[in-house]
Design a protein around this ligand. Structure first.
Ligand SMILES: Cc1cc2nc3c(=O)[nH]c(=O)nc-3n(C[C@H](O)[C@H](O)[C@H](O)COP(=O)(O)O)c2cc1C
Length: 250
């Protein structure tokens, strides 16, 4: 699969599109595949690998296992190894790179409602002091831009219901008040969003420790659903009765 993707990207783009490969530790602790996956990706022409240092069974529950990223870095030597899991602040990124020797990090939940995390990371990686965390007014401006981009990309049909969770993440920790939070949880139109934003206290400063708030998934799984016979022999192609549902395991 990786070789096919690399060859297709090379031929379609004249070698300009790098293919990176991201994987988890494996299915569960009895089926750890990340070292094999890294070696294969490197051998088949991937430009970089990224390890989400949890198993599929871990889902988003336990902390990412940094020691596994360090181990992968020892094995994959000719392409960058990126670490992933639990990066919520620039300090998290620096400490992951220091602890594991990885070449960079991949951001997951840490940027939900906090897209300025990338500016903080850039400053930290360039040795500059972090930018000042945004006031509630600055957050409102980011939300307006996010909504404008959604409208621009969605054409005629603008569905803002899926945006409600982002609005909640943006406002987390700021002194918003329960009435406005309830209104934020019900927005359906751009005007609804504006009605919430226009009533925020623009001068309210960023809350302490906002980065640590839980966002999106946080749970482990009880079991991983796999095609029948999948684990019996890793080298045998399983016979799939019907096309697999396509979804990202993250
Ligand atoms: C809402 C959401 C969507 C995601 N979508 C993808 C995806 O499309 N592809 C992917 O490789 N990982 C995806 N992930 C997983 C993240 O890239 C990342 O591996 C994971 O969240 C672990 O990092 P974290 O602990 O910093 O959140 C997603 C995660 C979340 C929370």
């Amino acid at each position: 699969m990786i070789r096919s993707a690399v060859e297709a990207a090379d031929s379609e783009s004249g070698g300009r599109v790098p293919v990176s490969v991201k994987f988890r530790l494996g299915i569960d602790d009895e089926h750890l595949t990340y070292i094999d996956a890294g070696r294969i990706a490197e051998a088949e022409g991937a430009a970089a690998v990224a390890l989400h240092a949890r198993t599929a069974l871990d889902h988003y529950g336990p902390p990412a296992r940094r020691e596994a990223i360090a181990e992968l870095k020892d094995v994959v030597v000719s392409i960058p190894v990126l670490g992933n899991g639990d990066i919520a602040t620039a300090d998290d990124a620096l400490s992951m790179m220091r602890d594991t020797g990885c070449d960079g990090v991949v951001i997951g939940r840490g940027c939900l409602g906090r897209p300025w995390l990338f500016a903080e990371l850039e400053a930290a990686l360039c040795g500059r002091p972090p930018p000042f965390p945004p006031s509630l007014g600055e957050v409102a401006d980011v939300i307006r831009r996010h909504v404008a981009l959604l409208v621009e990309s969605s054409g005629d049909v603008v569905r803002l219901a899926p945006f409600r969770k982002h609005l909640a993440w943006y406002l987390k920790g700021y002194p918003v008040g329960s009435e406005l939070r309830k209104a934020a949880a019900r927005v359906g139109t751009v005007d609804d969003v504006e009605a919430v934003l226009s009533r925020l206290d623009r001068d309210a400063p960023a809350p302490e420790g906002a980065a640590g708030f839980n966002r999106s998934h946080t749970d482990p799984l009880r079991r991983v659903a796999l095609p029948d016979g999948w684990l019996d022999d890793p080298y045998e192609l399983p016979a799939l009765g019907s096309p697999l549902a396509v979804h990202s395991g993250g």
